[in-house]
Design a protein around this ligand. Structure first.
Ligand code: PLP
Length: 465
């Protein structure tokens, strides 16, 4: 095949814009449907996914057909997490303005590695960094890196910590590696998120070498059970347990860690946003005494995927850990995003993040966090009234709920997941199965929750509760 034909076709596609009109039509159709559609695809829809199982095409395909199959077979097999009754994992919804600017920025197709590759993306990263540091009340000059999510953000924070702790002991880990390095102590709560264990395994700490701190009945680290800390210690605390939303006693722990000179990293994927809300700020009290933090904008803030943030008090430590060199890399006087992230090429997620922060403003974020927490409390109260057992203090947006008998809980989970009305996940808590509910979308209203409580009650009755 001659490339000339493809080239002229693609030029024509840009010129005629029909493809974009199709995409727009399909997108509007989805927006109209999403609130009413099955929250998880029905079995019959899932079977249609087989239509995608074809051999690698031998020749080009019509772009209209590509969009059409996504619209017809793809959209019905999405999970309706931008609707109002999705409570799985901790998945945020999306705001109209962020979606709109993402469309626009997709047309720009910027690479945010360096200022010289995208001045606008670099500028918006700079602005987002400043705003977020202020919003979370972190020390001035705290650096931010914009990554895909909290898993990556935690890897970055821990890499900075590791390199800095070892640098102080005269060991350049970037150069010499971890083999033969003086050992670093890692102290972590028993309820740390799986991404923390993953980061520890990826960075050469070894999961098995961590000193694990026991937790209380809510899953919070017990301060009195902390081992003695020293300046050779990396301590991980959690702002928001992925199941019940509990916050470690950050203030107390940071106080002890500061005195000992230990490095503290806060995993605050969804919970760090508590700091931006007057009513929940008490939960993150003292977090400014930590050294690094990870957060997701695609959870509580309802920015589109993928939008994670690593924050590090010691800018040099983060930059040194992420440093890359090459004669072709042109650093500038301005912000060069790749100095703060593991990736070089990255999409311009700073555009959506900036738009979301600008749209809400401080008072809007305060109201959003309040809304999510209020809806969670309302949900939990309604479930309790219907005889379900709520396992946690609902301090943020997470609920752990179960039936009296484990078998009933498991049966209920299955039924909820195939109900189409709402969706939540399961987990194990204190050796018992639970349903975990995360209220994480701005769209969820009391009416939605009333409807879900009714589904819980009806299906619970069916399972013999
Ligand atoms: C979601 C979550 C993570 C992982 O974040 P990703 O954005 O999915 O990588 C880490 N920690 C906690 C507490 C979380 O809730």
């Amino acid at each position: 095949m001659h490339f000339e034909k493809l080239h002229s076709d693609m030029n024509e596609q840009f010129q005629k814009r029909e493809l974009f009109e199709d995409a727009k039509k399909y997108a509007y159709d989805y927006l109209e449907k999403v609130k009413g559609m099955a929250v998880f695809p029905a079995r019959e829809s899932l079977c249609l996914l087989e239509k995608f199982s074809e051999a690698m095409p031998a020749s080009p395909c019509s772009p209209h057909d590509i969009l059409k199959i996504l619209h017809e077979v793809g959209s019905i097999n999405t999970v309706a997490q931008t609707g109002s009754r999705y409570f799985g994992f901790v998945n945020g919804g999306v705001t109209p303005v962020a979606l709109a600017v993402k469309w626009l920025a997709d047309v720009w197709d910027q690479n945010t590695a360096l200022y010289v590759i995208s001045p606008i993306a670099a500028k918006l990263e700079e602005v987002c960094e400043k705003w977020i540091v202020e919003l979370f009340n972190l020390p001035e000059h705290t650096a931010a890196g914009f990554v895909s999510g909290s898993s990556t953000a935690t890897i970055c924070g821990l890499a900075a910590a590791r390199n800095e702790i070892l640098r102080k002991r005269g060991w350049d880990v970037a150069e010499k590696g971890m083999f033969g390095a003086p050992p670093i102590r890692v102290v972590v709560g028993q309820q740390a998120h799986s991404s923390v264990w993953k980061a520890l395994s990826m960075l050469g700490f070894g999961r098995g070498n961590a000193e694990v701190v026991p937790v209380d009945e809510q899953g919070r680290m017990r301060t009195e059970a902390l081992p003695p800390l020293d300046s050779n210690t990396l301590l991980l605390v959690q702002a928001g347990n992925v199941n019940g939303g509990a916050f470690d006693p950050i203030d107390e722990i940071c106080g002890i860690a500061n005195e000992a000179g230990a490095w503290v990293h806060v995993d605050g994927a969804f919970g760090l946003w508590a700091a931006a809300c007057e009513h929940t700020r008490y939960l993150t009290k003292g977090m400014e005494k930590a050294d690094s933090w990870s957060a997701d904008a695609h959870k509580t803030l309802n920015a589109p995927y993928d939008c994670g943030i690593v924050l590090c008090k010691n800018t040099t430590a983060l930059r040194n850990a992420m440093q890359a060199s090459g004669s072709y890399i042109q650093y500038s006087e301005n912000r060069d995003g790749m100095l703060y992230t593991p990736e070089m090429s990255r999409r311009a997620r700073s555009v959506e993040l900036w738009a979301t922060l600008k749209y809400f403003g401080k008072s809007g974020i305060d109201a959003l966090v309040n809304h999510l927490c209020g809806m969670a409390k309302y949900f939990a109260a309604g479930l309790a009234k219907n005889g379900f057992i709520i396992e946690n203090e609902v301090v943020f947006n997470q609920i752990m709920v179960r039936c009296e008998r484990s078998g009933e809980t498991e049966a209920l989970l299955q039924k909820i997941q195939s109900s189409g009305t709402c969706w939540c996940g399961g987990a194990t808590w204190k050796n018992k199965p639970i349903l975990r509910i995360s209220v994480c979308s701005w769209r969820t209203t009391p009416d939605d929750i009333d409807e879900c409580i009714k589904v819980f009650a009806d299906l619970g009755r069916d399972t013999g509760k």
